[in-house]
Design a protein around this ligand. Structure first.
Ligand code: ZN
Ligand code: ZN
Length: 146
């Protein structure tokens, strides 16, 4: 996706990392993935398009990105499992979405205590959650009444 390309180049420059095709390609896979990914996954996605790419190169770049604060290495606590990496996005927040005009408001996360309770009750390691709230904004309420 072209939009991601631009974001990635900007990000690499911002972090003082030399922009290379391989780095762009690696980050592109990560940007497009909704879920945390492994180096092997990235390698398998890129193998055809970049025949010179080595798995060790992917690993090296992933660690570089972690060091530069672009990626986070997840500690899942699963033995014998490959490390998962995810993009460090903007501060965690949620969205309130108007079903009429599609306007989006960011919301602070209210789930901290709830997560603590779930962790205690289930012994899960929680990785992420997503919440979207849909409604009708004040503007659209006024408009639809008129
Ligand atoms: Zn609206
Ligand atoms: Zn949240």
């Amino acid at each position: 996706m072209k939009e991601n390309r631009e974001k990635i180049q900007e990000l690499l420059r911002e972090k003082d990392i030399r922009v290379t095709r391989q780095r762009e390609a690696i980050l592109e896979v990560i940007f497009e993935s909704e879920k945390p990914v492994t180096a092997t996954y990235i390698f398998s996605r890129l193998q055809d398009g970049c025949p010179n790419l080595k798995l060790s190169t992917v690993y090296r770049n992933m660690n570089l990105f972690v060091g530069k604060g672009i990626l986070r290495k997840l500690s899942l606590g699963i033995e014998n499992n490959e490390s998962y990496f995810e993009l460090i996005r903007d501060e965690h927040h949620h969205h309130l979405i108007c079903i009429h005009c599609n306007s989006v408001l960011p919301l602070d996360c209210p789930l901290g205590e709830f997560e603590e309770k779930i962790k205690e009750e289930t012994a899960y390691i929680l990785i992420d959650h997503s919440v979207k709230i849909f409604g009708i904004c004040p503007h659209c309420q006024k408009y639809s009444k008129a």
